[in-house]
Design a binder for this molecule. Sequence first.
Ligand SMILES: Nc1ncnc2c1ncn2[C@@H]1O[C@H](COP(=O)(O)OP(=O)(O)OP(=O)(O)O)[C@@H](O)[C@H]1O
Ligand SMILES: [Mg+2]
Length: 586
Amino acid sequence: MSPAAADDEVLGRVYDARLVRRLLEYVRPQTRLIAASLALMFAVTAAGLVQPWLIKRLIDEHIVTRRLAGAGSIALLYLAVFLVEQVTRYLQLYTMERTGQNIIRTLRDRVFAHLQRCDLAFFDRYPVGRLMTRVTTDVESLADLFSSGVVSLLGDSLKLAAIVVILLWLDARLALVTFTIVPALFLLSVFFRGRIRQAYRDVRRRIARINAYLQEAISGMLLIQLFRREAEDRRLFDSINREHRDAELRSVVFESSFSAIIELIGALATAAILWYGGGRFLRGALTLGTLVAFLEYTGRFFAPIRDLSGFYAVLQAAMASLERIFALLDDRPAIVSPAVAQPAAAASGRVEFDAVRFAYAPGREVLRDISLTIEPGEKIALVGATGSGKTTLVKLLIRLYDPTSGTIRLDGRELRDLPLPWLRRQIGIVLQDHFLFTGTVADNIAFGCGPLASERIEAAARLVHADEFIRRLPGGYGEPLLEQDALRALLRGRTAILIAHRLSTIAGADRILVMHHGRLAEQGTHRALLARGGIYARLCALQFGWEEELNARGARAAAAGAADAGAGPEEPLFAEPRVATDGEPA
Ligand SMILES: Nc1ncnc2c1ncn2[C@@H]1O[C@H](COP(=O)(O)OP(=O)(O)OP(=O)(O)O)[C@@H](O)[C@H]1O
Ligand SMILES: [Mg+2]
């Protein structure tokens, strides 16, 4: 079992005032529903308790005495009370369930909103499966607290107390005989409830494992098929699946034995009442109606005892879930937007890294002492072997992570002092390789859809927040894009950091930064770097194995400018599969 799953099953205290006080904050808005539910609960209980008493009167005053006058109205009254009980029970269950679901919905929204605010380092720490559990299962076990919880606890206690008083009042001796079954009933209920809960927990845990396994297997299908792990994965899945079935069966065994044993105790109680009560009836110490009422009341005694015995476990599970949910909500995001006014103008684009170090996990530095300055409008190509830290550098720039030490500045202001939404709006990201073809911007948006009305094209651009930017291009939506030229057109007047794979992009950059094991190993123009014969030159050679040719061609390309370099069919530089240099962290 993974540590995450183990952690999810830890049950703590049964009642924790601090947690309950925090929960009250969510309960308070539901006060009216709760009040309605309580009022209805009194009605349900009263209606339920009146029925055996009506039966007693019908028997004693009419059936035994053969006096039919008035019997009909008691029977009608019985029917009316019965209907009232069912209708109020329906309403009571509904209001109670609604209360619980309202609270759960608010809590779930809160957890989700919180997750959206968490920084990426948080998601590196927290496995997805565990977060899913918070939002689903943990919140669900709070639902139990409301549906079979607090209001029922009150209702059940009230009902039990009332029945005890009524039975003692009807016939004290027979009542005491009847009560002898209560300890056995209660203890057995506690025993079985505990086992059943445990079995349910096992089932839930195993479903969670099935989910986690499925999630991994489906998202990793590429690797599974590539390395032909199908048979082994099937075996693993089957064993998890089998454990789930066994847990389900265990819960069924306990459930079925529990209800059988409760029925048995019920039969014993009935026998005791008939035997002892029957004797008293024959001696004239008890009316027939009282005897029947006793049987009726005793029958109504069972459900509350069973439910009360389960309450402890429900409460315990709910407290454990609350503890975990609140712990999650208390996890303060490490990256928050500072409360400062948003800069009036757009950034001019001067980027400075000053002695920046960064590690995803303590002790494993991914960026080591990076210092560099990028001038406004400068085009930078970032190259390096896989894992050398290129993407990480960009992640730090948009503050997906903060450096472990050192500072990053945009236009002279430290990133931590800039409003986060503004910062991220200043920096556009083009993910992976872009595909543009010759034509206008509008043609590119409409690509593959045939001729489209300009409103639809603009609507599409607005949808991806590109509208504003496109309007600022000299030709707007009509701005022509040439395939090799497209990126440059889009980047005109902007500072650009390109994690580039294509020779034209790299060679056309104002400056190339070469990352190596998290360090800025070399920088300069394509030609200068090739001439230097260092890491960059070696990377080019490793990639293509034509060192000599590359030298000549690279020099030509740099001299003629990037647009010319792309004139022939272009070979990708550092494209997949990429080169791993020795000593590269896996
Ligand atoms: N979320 C993460 N948690 C832990 N380590 C990470 C994480 N992301 C990246 N790394 C590690 O940090 C190092 C740098 O990764 P990075 O993605 O910055 O490299 P890269 O130069 O962009 O590589 P590539 O060319 O493959 O995209 C690698 O060793 C990588 O395994
Ligand atoms: Mg990368």
